[in-house]
Design a protein around this ligand. Structure first.
Ligand code: HEM
Ligand code: ISQ
Length: 154
């Protein structure tokens, strides 16, 4: 896999922008997931007893931020080492959390689309296909590692 310095820079720069308004973008990210796949709602423990996506839910915010940060971190590793280098314990933990929550392979495409839409929203005119490509590539590699872990646990 080839991940260029330019791609790494694009990912880092766009995260710097989105992270200036975590409450807004974490909510947008999550809302997009539910817009694409409404049934996904029931998998999230912090939503089970509500009809709306809660504004300012600490768990939602923290998890959404982690998805962005881990994807950003993956971009750095892909550029530096040519591979995903998330610690095994983290991957095992994420594998088991997602498996237990009932997450299936096709859901990963849903979350990718939601992530891309959130970037589009946050970056405005700074958004382009190169940015999308860089994030998508990093996300796909991270998703593959989590999916592999989910299969191992089965
Ligand atoms: C939980 C990351 C894909 C659904 C989490 C957590 C993280 C995370 C960091 C919190 C774990 C914890 O500390 O408890 C990621 C990353 C993904 C990904 C990096 C892809 C690269 C997905 C997908 C779905 C999903 C595709 C399905 C729509 C969930 C659910 C939880 C969770 C249901 C448990 C939330 C709860 O009830 O507390 N994810 N996730 N995730 N994720 Fe993901
Ligand atoms: C958990 N996993 C994937 C995406 C998410 C988005 C928002 C909140 C939690 C998440």
């Amino acid at each position: 896999i080839v991940f260029t310095e330019k791609q790494e820079a694009l990912v880092k720069e766009s995260w710097e922008i989105l992270k200036q308004d975590i409450p807004r973008y974490s909510l947008h990210f999550f809302s997009q997931i539910l817009e694409i796949a409404p049934a996904a709602k029931d998998m999230f423990s912090f939503l089970r007893d509500t009809d709306e996506v809660p504004h300012n839910n600490p768990k939602l915010k923290a998890h959404a931020v982690k998805v962005f940060k881990m994807t950003c971190e993956t971009a750095i590793q892909l550029r530096e080492k040519g591979k995903v280098a998330v610690p095994d314990t983290t991957l095992q933990y994420l594998g088991s959390v997602h498996l237990k929550s009932g997450v299936l392979d096709p859901h990963f495409e849903v979350v990718k689309e939601a992530l891309v839409r959130t970037l589009k929203e946050g970056l405005g005119e700074k958004y382009n296909e190169e940015v999308e490509g860089a994030w998508s590539q990093a996300y796909d590699h991270l998703a593959l590692a989590i999916k592999a872990e989910m299969k191992q646990e089965n």
